[in-house]
Design a protein around this ligand. Structure first.
Ligand code: MG
Length: 407
């Protein structure tokens, strides 16, 4: 079995959903998804010819080959790993489909039959779309979705958190996450100033409202997006402790794991981090020093499914739980779900597309009908590869202008 060529396509959704497809000489192909990055398809098209003529079954060998070939552009970290992550998933999908084996089998076999999903809520009205440099944009589907809706001024009021939590419980989720950094008036000086009493009170009021809306049986997490200095993060942790959080995510900048490690050591609230890191080496200090309670690799970024599994196993050895970051389309979400299905220390997988009107329609599954996420869970079956196909008839309607479509 030989790789003949690779192709790409990009869907312009709430983020760029970047797909990479590996074609083999038996006529089959596998499809993977990459975390967005500027210039990502250019990088993919530099990499894909290097794989032509190689055996797609040698997944780890090919990935290590790409790590080495990309070492000048980013030896241990950087957006080339977004590209490699998508290629790696495409290889597993191809090999799985050619052998009739689900991807979870290659990762040691599943330890559960469904993967629990937590829904990312922000708060209130949250239909958005961001370019690869996190520049706000308005593709046509977003203009249509926003037509007639109220503007966003009130999105960070407590009642918005309450209503959103209620809505997600009604949709069947029993775990959810809200942003709290957006409550603060962001001036760019957040790392250099103490939060005001009013800001602290507003954060606590919004989380209290989310907790009330979700109820006491639902897991509730909050995300800070690396905004705060350790002293302020400790104040936030203490203020939110009464709400029994599943975790406090990324309270401090990601450059130095010791910042969050110090907060974690206080034992006020569980700390989650890791979505920025690549390869298990990027997680090494964080995990070996027990710098967090939960680790959150992004399977479309960290270097792929097998690397995600390895990171999860390192974490398990240190008593750290596993809750992957995920902003992918359902295809990437399925890749992440296969990893989650095999790890005993898994807690929940993120779902970031609840406001993308076509999210569920982007894949089809041969043995599961209905929405991708059902009652807050993704069923894990024995369907080969990733257990899904990109629904190109739908996906192509949202193709990003100027990007190739699987050529
Ligand atoms: Mg986050």
């Amino acid at each position: 079995m030989q790789i003949t060529h690779g192709t790409t396509a990009v869907v312009e959704a709430n983020y760029d959903y970047t797909y990479v497809r590996i074609h083999a000489d038996n006529g089959q192909y596998g499809t993977g998804e990459c975390f967005f990055a500027p210039g990502l398809t250019t990088a993919l098209h530099e990499m894909l010819p290097l794989l032509e003529g190689k055996d797609p079954r040698e997944v780890d060998r090919l990935c290590r080959f790409l790590w080495r070939k990309g070492s000048g552009a980013g030896a241990v970290a950087g957006y080339l790993y977004n590209a490699i992550s998508g290629i790696e998933a495409a290889l597993w999908d191809l090999v799985g489909k050619s052998w009739g084996v689900p991807c979870w089998q290659f990762l040691g076999g599943k330890v559960r039959d469904e993967v629990r999903i937590y829904v990312d809520c922000h708060a209130g009205d949250n239909v958005e779309s961001w370019g690869p440099m996190l520049d706000a944009r308005e593709p046509q589907w977003l203009k249509d979705a926003l037509a007639g809706r109220p503007q966003h001024e009130e999105r960070y009021e407590p009642e918005m958190y309450f209503n959103r939590a209620r809505q997600m419980v009604a949709a069947g989720f029993d775990a959810m996450k809200f942003d709290i950094d957006s409550i603060v008036v962001l001036t760019g000086e957040e790392l250099n100033r103490p939060l005001t009493r009013a800001e602290m009170d507003k954060m606590a009021a919004c989380v209290a409202a989310a907790r009330e809306g979700a109820g006491d049986s639902v897991d509730l997490a909050v995300d800070c997006h690396w905004r705060f200095a350790p002293t302020e993060a400790i104040r936030i942790a203490r203020a939110l402790a009464p709400y029994n959080l599943l975790w406090l995510e990324d309270p401090c900048p990601p450059e130095n794991y010791r910042d969050v490690a110090e907060i974690r050591a206080l034992g006020i609230v569980p700390i989650l981090t890791g979505e920025n890191l690549n390869r298990r080496h990027g997680f090494w200090d964080l995990i070996t020093h027990r710098g967090c309670d939960l680790v959150a690799p992004d399977i479309q970024k960290c270097a792929g499914m097998l690397e995600g599994k390895r990171i999860g196993e390192l974490a398990e050895m240190q008593g750290i739980r596993f809750a992957p970051h995920n902003i992918a389309s359902p295809l990437g979400t399925m890749a992440s779900a296969h990893v989650c299905a095999t790890l005993p220390n898994f807690v929940a997988l993120e779902f970031h597309g609840s406001d993308v009107p076509f999210w569920n329609d982007l894949i089809t599954r041969p043995d599961v009908s209905g929405p991708v996420i059902q009652k807050g869970r993704i069923p894990i079956t024995c369907a080969p590869g990733l257990g899904c196909e990109l629904n190109e008839a739908v996906a192509k309607q949202y193709a990003k202008p100027g990007e190739p479509w699987f050529v």
